[in-house]
Design a protein around this ligand. Structure first.
Ligand SMILES: [Zn+2]
Length: 445
């Protein structure tokens, strides 16, 4: 065993083999071994015994909009990554849009990396973007280390990031399949959205009617078809419509490389409870009805949906006008995803091992982050130390993201993050230095 510098001990360590008492031996930045709780400890190692607090693998959030540079007043690297660390997230992958420039060429990627370098509290990687006019840039971006390519099938909300039509989708996915890459897609169909009723105002029911399930279902069908025709690998982002689940299940059973994620807000908030004018609950696709939520939980349980990631997408508070038609869409939850999901998961009889699989292991696998996503020998020593039975009430004043607007304000959640460790160093909780020790990640590095 390499020289062990730290031993983290708990009666509830969440390992790939289940939850058990263990002593996690850390050598430098990596986990050297997961030992029995009572094992004789290596001489000279610092011992951190967290008792009955659970030790989870650091969360991997592959869906975060940092917006820096260009719209850093919405969210920036220091604030987003501090919120991540406070929420038990040790790795995030930044979405290619809402920053200026968007991450759609190699020079643009370099601008983003320069904005992040030395300013991040967790490890950060980057998605690229697939636009109608940048197919020729995708391979170079892939080789420069982006983790895959995001596209839209309907307007993205920002003019510099146009959506793909059917031909554009085929062209992009054919190119991406040619180098073994991954396409991640915002699945709402432009024609279905255009045909939906649009009534402005503060009523949530009107907003919900303007983003119908069929828009998602049609887009998922389009993506499954594109995966079949091109052989490309496709991941459906932020799935809300449970009607699309059978399509996804059939595609996977048929051997297509199609995966899906959902988000804490779809799993914990319902359309029935959104107050009129409360546009902190606005996101696209939207939060749907309670019965829809039950079906999403079932899809997590049966594996049709593998990942739960935040889609943290903030803006300045003034853009959250009380009119659902014009307010910026996006829910800020980077710091709260773990307790939000855990609160509902425990009520539904799931364990912390399920939560770790959905929020750490599966997203790490999606992005090919081989050293992340598990408390196991050889992995990075990234941990979230959590008091699972301790509750707190969400106070926006305690959030670290730049604009402290959140749909979770006032909610009581279980699961207090006591400390977060990144590659063997404490980055949140008592004893953390507050220094930005995160690293910029590239695919396969
Ligand atoms: Zn998003």
């Amino acid at each position: 065993m390499p020289e062990v510098s730290l031993v983290l001990r708990s009666t509830r360590v969440v390992t790939p083999e289940g939850i058990r008492p263990a002593a996690v031996a850390v050598a430098g930045e990596r986990i050297a071994a997961v030992l029995p709780y009572g094992a004789e400890l290596p001489r000279g190692a610092g011992v951190e015994d967290v008792g009955d607090h659970a030790v989870l693998p650091g969360l991997v959030d592959t869906h975060v909009h940092v917006n820096d540079p260009g719209r850093a007043e919405w969210e920036g690297f220091p604030t987003a990554t501090r919120a991540a660390a406070a929420g038990g997230v040790t790795t995030l992958v930044d979405m290619p849009l809402n920053s200026l420039p968007p991450t759609t060429t190699v020079p643009h990627l370099r601008v983003k990396q320069d904005a992040a370098r030395g300013r991040v509290h967790v490890d950060v990687g980057f998605w690229g973007g697939a636009l109608p006019d940048n197919t020729g840039d995708l391979r170079a971006l892939h080789e420069a280390g982006v983790f895959g390519f995001k596209c839209f099938l309907s307007p993205s909300g920002v003019p510099e990031f146009p959506e793909l039509d059917r031909e554009g989708l085929t062209a992009s996915l054919t190119e991406i399949a040619g180098f073994g890459g991954l396409l991640i897609a915002h699945a709402e169909d432009a024609a279905a959205l255009a045909g939906a009723p649009h009534r402005a105002g503060p009523a949530y029911a009107d907003f919900l009617a303007s983003r119908p399930r069929d828009a998602e279902n049609d887009a998922v069908r389009t993506l499954v078809d594109a995966a079949r025709r091109t052989g490309g690998r496709v991941h459906v982002l932020h799935l809300s419509s449970s009607d699309a689940l059978p399509l996804l299940a059939r595609a996977r059973a048929g051997g297509l490389r199609v995966s899906a994620e959902t988000c804490p807000h779809f799993l914990t908030l319902t359309a029935e409870e959104v107050p009129d004018g409360a546009t902190e609950f606005k996101c696209c696709p939207p939060i749907r009805e309670r019965a829809n939520q039950d079906a999403l939980w079932q899809a997590l349980a049966d594996g049709t949906v593998g990942c739960v990631v935040s889609d943290h997408s903030p803006c300045t508070a003034d853009l959250k006008t009380p009119d659902f038609a014009t307010a910026w869409g996006g829910i800020s939850s980077l710091q709260l995803g773990l307790p939000a999901v855990w609160t509902e998961a425990r009520r539904r009889g799931h364990g912390l091992d399920d939560v770790a699989r959905w929020m750490s292991t599966a997203p790490a696998e999606l992005a090919g982050l081989g050293t992340k996503g598990a408390v196991a020998a050889g992995r990075d020593a990234d941990f979230a130390v959590v008091a699972p039975d301790e509750a707190f009430t969400v106070d926006p004043a305690h959030l670290h993201h730049r604009n402290r607007v959140t749909a979770y304000a006032g909610r009581t959640l279980y699961g207090v993050v006591k400390a977060t460790w990144l590659r063997g160093r404490r980055i949140a909780g008592a004893g953390s230095t507050g220094q930005p020790t995160g690293r910029l990640l590239e695919r396969n590095h």
